[in-house]
Design a protein around this ligand. Sequence first.
Ligand code: SF4
Length: 111
Amino acid sequence: MEGYRKILESQRTLIDTQIRWAVESMTDKPDASGDDWRAAALCQKLDPELFDDTYRNNPQIEMAKIACGVCLVSDQCLNYALKSNENALIYGGLTSKERRALRRKMNRSLR
Ligand code: SF4
């Protein structure tokens, strides 16, 4: 169990370092408005597997959410995923399951 904890901790530290690097490397702050929001997506500088929500409760999801939390275009990203019914991966800090729940809630409030 102790070995597993150490592996998890080192995985978190590695991903945290990658997120910090990605944020710091975005020095030219691309335009985050309009259709070009993807140009400012922090995840473009990170391992795409970080945003895979297949294995629920994986600590990697927690780290992906941290990345989304500091991403300049998380609102645009979440809106895109909701409008286009993206049914996999993490978008705008929400897993596919969380987006389905949000969609249901939004649909209920429209009735
Ligand atoms: S909010 Fe969207 S664009 Fe930004 S890092 Fe997360 S998944 Fe990528």
